[in-house]
Ligand binder design. Structure first.
Ligand code: GAP
Length: 445
């Protein structure tokens, strides 16, 4: 079997996502809105499965992490104290000929130089001088629209964990080292949203802020970096497409002492999926200064008061969804035909099982099986078209197992289960079907 599992561009994936209901352009009938995306019926399931997999691993399976869910709009002083109001911008230039806009850091990176080039990479036209482009979306709270009422849509979820550090610690009696995690929407008015959902203006983050004694920063950083790196492997992403990349001094965020990114090799190059950073006590110090409130911690065991350092793991849900889809996409030659298949890890596939009657006459026993299976899995019942076509449709959306009810099975109480990847079929008893599927679905790739 010949396989093309390297996407050369994202085009085929973008088209599949639209055709099969994974991801649509936002407000498409009005021409779309650049940098905003909508998840369709399969996209929302995949998104939830990945989010749950993260939440279970980072929060529920750990004694030392608790969760929270904060509001998107916070007091504007939060963003002054965090440094975002003063320094959360990108430098950009415009081409005076073709009017394209670029981030200067991206121009320099693509040209392999320290300084950005002076001419447009697309048309060689002259570029404007670099200008600041503020990334925070502003809104107004309350009846007036003056400067007193300005508020921001959060550009990261992290700050809520810092300003609630004491609330959470007191409420839970957690002892340092411990972490607070949340997932939620973040908003950035990106200069150049691009590469499908990779860089969007509205996206979801999955963040953990882990509070530690300053002497233990390095060991906890190493721990979380390894832990988070292996999570992507457990999502089924191919190991050879993942790497860790420590930040250079000159690319560190204003709050970070050191950072390493988890990167994936997309068709458009190696790109960040997640940053694991040592933020030191920057954020707690800043909020103590700005609010006048105490955010230190008294450690009974050490008999010592200190401001904890923070090890942050900051991942993007939309980016992870895109990575999982891009990594799973393959086109294979099967005999004379080509099939497109999404080799999603079974435990995160949006649809886990499809049930087919071989012919319409077998609708009744097939529906009975479907009714039983849907209590346990996300299942589709499909009686339309030839069996071959039904298999191809399910391959294309990544359904790991298709169960076909045929006449032989009526006699001996079985149905055939077809495996998406090997395309092999196995006869399985109807009584044991739930257990069989449950076992195979929990297998990680
Ligand atoms: N609290 C730290 C923080 O926000 P970041 O590196 O700016 O750090 C963390 O963002 C993660 O959020 C990124 O690794 C990425 O997965 C996701 N992310 C950031 N900007 C994004 C965007 N414009 N579109 C989609 N995901 C984005």
């Amino acid at each position: 079997m010949k396989t093309t599992d390297q996407l050369e561009t994202l085009d085929a994936l973008v088209s599949l996502c639209k055709r099969r209901g994974y991801i649509f352009q936002s407000s498409e009938i009005y021409g779309g809105l650049n940098g905003f995306w909508d998840y369709g019926p399969l996209g929302v399931e995949l998104r939830r499965n990945i989010l749950d997999f993260w939440w279970n691993r980072v929060v529920r399976e750990r004694e030392d992490v608790v969760g929270m869910d904060a509001s998107i709009i916070m007091h504007p002083k939060v963003w002054e104290a965090s440094g975002h109001v003063g320094s959360f911008y990108d430098m950009m230039v415009d081409c005076m000929s073709c009017k394209r806009r670029f981030r200067t850091d991206h121009l320099a990176r693509d040209a392999g130089t320290d300084e950005p080039p002076k001419t447009c990479p697309e048309c060689s036209g002259d570029l404007t001088e670099p200008r600041e482009f503020g990334l925070m979306f502003e809104t107004h709270v309350g009846a007036t629209k003056d400067s007193q009422a300005v508020a921001y849509l959060r550009p990261e979820t992290a700050q809520a964990m810092f300003v609630n550090f004491r609330n959470v610690q007191m409420a839970t009696r957690m002892k340092v080292p411990f972490g607070i995690a949340q997932s939620g929407k973040a908003f950035r008015n990106e200069v150049t949203p691009r590469n499908f959902t990779f860089r969007s203006r509205e996206f979801e983050q999955m963040e953990l802020e882990f509070f530690v004694h300053p002497e233990e920063e390095r060991e906890w950083f190493d721990f979380w970096l390894q832990e988070r790196f292996s999570w992507y492997g457990d999502l089924g992403i191919r190991q050879e497409k993942l790497r860790l990349r420590p930040h250079r001094e000159d690319e560190l965020a204003h709050y970070a002492r050191y950072t390493s990114d988890v990167e994936y090799e997309f068709p458009f190059g190696w790109q960040e999926l997640e940053g694991v950073a040592n933020r030191g006590s920057f954020d707690l110090d800043q909020h103590m200064k700005a609010s006048g409130k105490e955010l230190g911690y008294f450690d009974d065991a050490r008999n010592e008061k200190f401001v904890p350092s923070v090890i942050e793991s900051s991942a993007g849900l939309d980016r992870t969804v895109l990575t999982v889809l891009a990594d799973a996409f393959a086109v294979e030659q099967v005999g004379e035909e080509e099939r497109t298949v999404l080799r999603l890890a079974p435990h995160i596939a949006p649809r886990q099982v499809s049930v087919f009657p071989l012919v319409k006459k077998l609708a009744e026993p097939s529906r009975k099986l479907y009714d039983e299976l849907k209590k346990h899995f996300n299942v589709l019942y499909d009686a339309g078209g030839s069996i071959g076509k039904r298999y191809r449709r399910e391959d294309e959306v990544g359904t790991p197992f298709c169960v076909t009810v045929d006449f032989d099975g009526l006699d001996d109480g079985t149905a055939t289960v077809r495996d998406r990847d090997s395309m092999e079929q196995e006869r399985v008893s109807l009584d044991g079907m739930v257990d069989y599927l449950r076992e195979r679905l929990s297998l990680e790739r």
